[in-house]
Design a protein around this ligand. Structure first.
Ligand code: APR
Ligand code: MG
Length: 280
């Protein structure tokens, strides 16, 4: 049965579920995230997602990307470490995945046979996974025990589920819920009023965000924030909901004083420190 009245994940929910940073903690407390992102024609996606992750509390971040992307990203994110040609290493089974608390893959990667092989290796692991952009394709996830989170925009949703975009947009909660249950995954249906549907049927609507986000790169930032927040939360559902909320709240902070036309995706995470603080 399908319940079409998703609640709104609001400021009070966020305030009561964001984790604290304990005084006696160290980087190991917050885990190591693995981000597989970026390719020669889309190097910025790795940078945007990488910054999103490291601004979101993760202890350590490893970025697996194409060799020529590394110098581009390292300039803006000297805090991360790198796995050269991460997709090839993954596909060949050369990365030990259980050292990572969470894996995110997809921003700026090209959907091809190599990517599909790398994703298959990741899905064999017991590590929570976020799949976005180039990592989103039609496949079966029922073998997985760990949380699997898909972050499609409406076109990507159509590609992976077969539901037509105009049908989806007329009843986003319904299709999010039905497809999350059917695929056995969490689906974050992006766009105005992002819907988060969990595989057990629990479904929420996000109340933050605005049209300033309608610009290339903002989705890559969200993927990074999901990776970071998943690393620091004990409750993975809260991590997903809080990442979507804070991402939108950063855009809302932007439009308090600035035109919605003018936001650049990399500026979203400049707002995160103060936005986050306001919910602590
Ligand atoms: N109101 C609120 N939020 C919005 C709005 C809006 N009107 N429009 C977009 N957003 C938010 C979405 O909810 C999402 O969080 O902005 C983000 C956009 O994410 P994507 O659609 O993935 O966009 P982008 O980051 O540009 O993706 C980069 O990856 O998915 C591929 O095809 C895509 O090549 C592109 C690349
Ligand atoms: Mg995207």
């Amino acid at each position: 049965s399908v319940d079409n009245s998703a609640g709104i994940w609001d400021a009070e929910n966020v305030r009561s579920t964001l984790p604290k940073r304990n005084e006696d903690s160290h980087k190991g407390t917050y885990g190591t995230g693995l981000l597989i992102a970026g390719s020669p024609s889309m190097p910025g996606a790795a940078m945007l997602a990488g910054i999103g992750a490291m601004r979101s509390g993760v202890g350590k971040l490893v970025i697996g990307t194409a060799e020529e992307v590394i110098p581009v990203v390292v300039q803006r994110l000297p805090e991360a470490t790198y796995e050269r040609n991460g997709l090839i290493q993954l596909a060949e089974g050369k990365l030990t995945l259980d050292q990572f608390r969470v894996i995110a893959i997809g921003p700026g990667i090209v959907p091809n046979e190599l990517a599909e092989k790398a994703i298959a290796k990741i899905l064999e692991s017991d590590v929570p996974v976020v799949l976005d952009a180039g990592a989103l394709s039609k496949r079966d996830y029922h073998e997985r025990q760990a949380p699997t989170i898909l972050t499609p925009h409406p076109l990507e949703f159509a590609r992976i589920t077969g539901v037509k975009v105009n049908e989806l947009q007329q009843n986003r909660e319904h299709y999010a819920q039905v497809c999350a249950k059917k695929l056995g995954v969490t689906i974050v249906v992006k766009g105005q009023h992002t819907i988060v549907a969990f595989p057990d049927g629990e479904t929420w609507k996000n109340g933050t965000g605005n049209s300033a986000l309608a610009k290339g790169g903002t989705g890559d930032t969200l993927t990074g924030m999901l990776l970071g927040l998943l690393c620091i939360h004990d409750n993975w559902k809260h991590a997903v909901l809080n990442a979507v909320f804070l991402h939108g709240a950063c855009a809302d902070a932007w439009t308090e004083k600035r035109s919605a036309h003018t936001l650049l995706a990399h500026e979203l995470t400049d707002f995160l420190p103060e936005v986050w603080k306001s919910y602590e």
